[in-house]
Design a protein around this ligand. Structure first.
Ligand code: NAD
Ligand code: IPM
Ligand code: MN
Length: 383
């Protein structure tokens, strides 16, 4: 049966970058006969403008009925003065909560070609390959009570609640241990257990879980130190597991190790294997509509979709190889541009990845399962 993918481009650079990722999905449909149906919908500011709300019930229902969601980005200065409940970001948060996407995988992988694009010294980041497992539907993002109240003395007071139940910690912990088991078998749990009771419980539950994973080495680190260690010696990490807010912050930091925030994809998964895939960056209003945005994080998010929701790990690998090929060719968007490489725009980068992907698909030596790609005639064009 055909699998349904809901594409939600969103705001700012969202439409430009998702358009490039959709080109890759179209190649998968056309050349690989991947049986997927693409649908489109509104989220964020675009949904506020079109439907009066950052995520309509109808779009949420369509997302729930889809096998996977591809999201660009939400938010922008036009909607910044709206009340919290009506902001574009609420659309994204509602999607995460409504689909139960508690497990957020944010891989920070340095393509060797970009070692000199990072603001850190090449020898610090060369070979970097770490995975941040961020809890995504709990913690201070969703905790109650929350709000701004006026005290008796007339002063306003803002408050939010950091709250995690044992079961929420245990289920994200299991995802992290399983992830570490498939990788370098080292898991670092990041918390603030020296100050916050909630994350002290987090640490205890992680310790309890460790008994079920004797092959994985569990360590703990306070978040302030983790932020420092990430730029001091990032290669000490294999898998990091942390709370919603710490994961948000540390993944932006980790993105810079890979050269640019425009390189970091993500997968948000629920217990049923459904997933939402998005670059970790935002809508970048400062460069929106200028053909300057890096589409690679979004294209790499399609690779994560193939791996985690569509059961096509080999095709995922080919997309990642295609990204690497394009970097080998010396193509760079502005955020990763360095001397001696060729500056290209969003569109050209997307087209180059598509061309490289098709080359990878039709290199028969590389295709482990030629049944994946049955389209006749194209191999002649390439040869
Ligand atoms: P941002 O990630 O949008 O931008 C930060 C900086 O990184 C900017 O200088 C931007 O130009 C650059 N950048 C981001 N993505 C890039 C790309 N693909 N290629 C090249 N450069 C890129 O963060 P911000 O400026 O703090 O937030 C802008 C808006 O995006 C806000 O409304 C925020 O709430 C929203 N936001 C949305 C998401 C999301 O949809 N998942 C994530 C983060 C921020
Ligand atoms: C992200 C973003 C979101 C978050 C915002 C836009 C709600 O920063 O996906 O990292 O904080 O989770
Ligand atoms: Mn973020």
């Amino acid at each position: 049966m055909s699998k349904k993918i809901l594409v939600l481009p969103g705001d700012g650079i969202g439409p430009e970058i998702t358009a490039q990722a959709v080109k890759v999905l179209e190649v998968l449909k056309r050349e690989c006969e991947l049986d997927v149906t693409l649908e489109e919908g509104h989220v964020g500011g675009a949904a506020i403008d079109a439907e009066g709300t950052p995520l309509s019930d109808e779009t949420l229902a369509r997302a729930q009925a889809a096998d996977a969601v591809l999201l660009g980005a939400v938010g922008g200065p036009r909607w910044d003065d709206l009340p919290m409940e009506e902001r574009p970001e609420k659309g994204l948060l509602r999607l995460r909560a409504g689909l139960g996407l508690f497990a957020n995988l944010r891989p920070a992988l340095l393509y060797p070609q970009l070692a000199s694009a990072s603001t850190l010294r090449p020898e610090v980041v060369a070979g970097l390959d770490l995975m941040i497992v961020r809890e995504l539907t709990g913690g201070i993002y969703f905790g109650e009570p929350r709000g701004v109240r006026t005290l008796e003395n007339g002063e306003r007071q803002g408050y939010n609640t950091l709250v995690y139940s044992e079961s929420e910690i245990r289920r994200i912990g299991r995802v992290a241990f399983e992830t570490a088991r498939r990788r370098g078998k080292r898991l670092c749990s990041v918390d603030k257990a020296n100050v916050l009771e909630c994350t002290r419980l987090w640490r205890e539950v992680m310790d309890e879980l460790a008994g079920d994973y004797p092959d994985v080495e569990l360590t703990h680190m306070y978040v302030d130190n983790a932020a420092m260690q990430l730029v001091r010696a990032p290669k000490q990490f294999d898998v990091i597991v942390t709370t919603n807010m710490f994961g948000d912050i540390l993944s932006d930091e980790a993105a810079m190790l890979t050269g640019s925030i425009g390189m970091l994809p993500s997968a948000a998964l629920n217990e049923r294997g459904q997933g939402m895939y998005e670059p970790i960056h935002g809508s970048a209003p400062d460069i929106a509509g200028q053909d300057k945005a890096n589409p690679l994080a979004t294209i790499l998010s399609v690779a994560m979709m193939l791996r985690h929701s569509l059961g096509e790990p080999e095709l995922a690998e080919k997309i990642e190889q295609a990204v690497s090929d394009v970097l080998d060719e010396g193509l760079r968007t502005a955020d990763i541009h360095t001397e001696g490489t060729r500056l290209v725009g969003t569109e050209e980068m997307g087209d180059a990845v598509v061309a490289a992907f098709i080359r990878r698909l039709w290199n028969t030596e590389d295709v482990k399962d030629p049944g994946h790609c049955r389209h006749a005639g194209l191999s002649n064009e390439i040869d």
